[in-house]
Design a protein. Structure first.
Length: 408
């Protein structure tokens, strides 16, 4: 649905600015008039329009790195903790911010705060940059007078999440690099070297082994216009897979399949669980209600399988179940986690126990990353060496046969 930015006058004659979702500009005006606002200007958000037209570029063009968001939270928390007023703190940070999209958001947030909004409300107007966990934690901090502490805790949380994400990405990056390198080597051999050898075989008009014929057939495809057909099929397949993943059912099936992939699935599950535990622990530490905490953390996790399990647990808690019982039959937690949750309930220290679970899972992820890298490296080397050896065998076998025939 399109997003519209507007300026309007309220019943007291004060100017208000904001954004709202509406099917079109006419409906947007009606919605504002129903709120008692006199609309002065209204226009569709151009950035939103571009994102709707080119969704595949959204994450690249409009990206605000989480490292920048973590830095903002830490800087603002530090300045507020030092006694600097909020508006001056925001001005200092805005002057130092380089990312233009984050800077624009911070300017709007500062303007909203000056006009009377709380910081939590102002941040919640930019959910793409500041997820709901920011609004919830800072809102609690505002009520207790400790929202600078909440900002510093959010910065720590962002750093922990980034560290976890970088570890997993680093583990998965190695096989991608190896596959790209393998593809480049294979393309050179099959597209340049083998066609030259094929000319020699054609001139000799000799009978070739099956393995050689197979390699020559693949080389013929890769060194002619036929490769364009394969590239087109591959591109269409990737696009179709992307479109399928955009559907709820497609996303669920693909994410479920990834969790079942050996090594990769275990690594992903542990990293998601660690992020879930870390965020939940922070929410509960800051006395956000359990159900609200789970709802917010579900959005942070953003994984269809985990989200479904969390929703089921929330329903059970609403019916009166304890958190341990709510997750007892869940596929996303193991007996160790259930045992620690039970101990946390018995000692009336669930937040502390959830944070301990996150620490243990962090260590598990580190071990899983190390195991993944240790096992994958020889596998990739064997795969690369095996394919290159296969091509060399296909080339050398006919040459060896030719030499034997010449001796006779």
């Amino acid at each position: 649905m399109p997003i519209y930015r507007y300026t309007a006058l309220n019943r007291k004659g004060k100017e208000e600015k904001g954004i709202l979702d509406a099917g079109n500009a006419v409906l947007a005006r009606k919605m504002l008039r129903a709120k008692g606002l006199y609309v002065r200007t209204i226009a569709q958000d151009e950035e939103k329009r571009e994102r709707e037209l080119f969704p595949f570029l959204t994450k690249i063009i409009y990206r605000v790195p989480r490292r920048d968001v973590a830095l903002f939270a830490r800087q603002l928390g530090t300045l507020l903790d030092a006694g600097l007023p909020l508006d001056r703190s925001m001005n200092n940070i805005i002057d130092q911010t380089e990312n233009e999209f984050l800077k624009k958001a911070l300017i709007e947030i500062k303007s909203d705060v000056v006009e009377g909004d709380s910081l939590s409300t102002a941040l919640s107007k930019h959910p793409a940059i500041f997820p709901s966990i920011y609004g919830n934690l800072i809102s609690v901090g505002e009520k207790t007078g400790t929202y600078e502490k909440a900002l510093l805790r959010l910065a720590d949380l962002e750093d922990a999440n980034l560290t976890m994400k970088n570890k997993v990405q680093a583990a998965l990056f190695y096989p991608v690099i190896m596959l790209v390198l393998l593809g480049a080597i294979m393309s050179f051999l099959m597209g340049v070297v083998v066609p030259q050898i094929q000319q020699l075989f054609d001139e000799m008009d000799m009978e070739l082994p099956l393995i050689t014929n197979l390699v020559l057939a693949v080389s013929d495809i890769m060194s002619s216009w036929k490769i364009l057909i394969l590239i087109g099929i591959l591109a269409a397949g990737i696009y179709a897979l992307q479109r399928y993943y955009a559907t709820p059912e497609g996303r669920r099936r693909i994410e479920e399949l990834l969790l079942k992939v050996p090594l990769v699935g275990s690594l992903l599950q542990k990293s998601i669980l660690a992020r879930f535990s870390r965020n939940l622990g922070v929410m509960l530490e800051n006395r956000v209600p359990l159900i609200t905490s789970l709802q917010v953390v579900s959005k942070v996790v953003n994984h269809s399988i985990f989200n479904a399990e969390i929703e089921r647990a929330i329903d059970k808690i609403k019916e009166g179940s304890r958190i341990t019982d709510a997750f007892r039959d869940s596929v996303i937690v193991n007996q160790m986690i259930l045992g620690m949750l039970s101990a946390g309930e018995a000692s009336d220290n669930i937040p502390g126990m959830v944070n301990k679970i996150a620490d243990i899972l962090d260590e598990d992820v580190n071990a899983a990353v190390q195991k993944f890298s240790t096992l994958l490296e020889p596998i990739m080397i064997i795969l690369m060496g095996g394919l290159i050896a296969l091509i060399m065998m296909a080339i050398l076998l006919p040459i060896s046969d030719l030499q034997k025939n010449m001796q006779f």
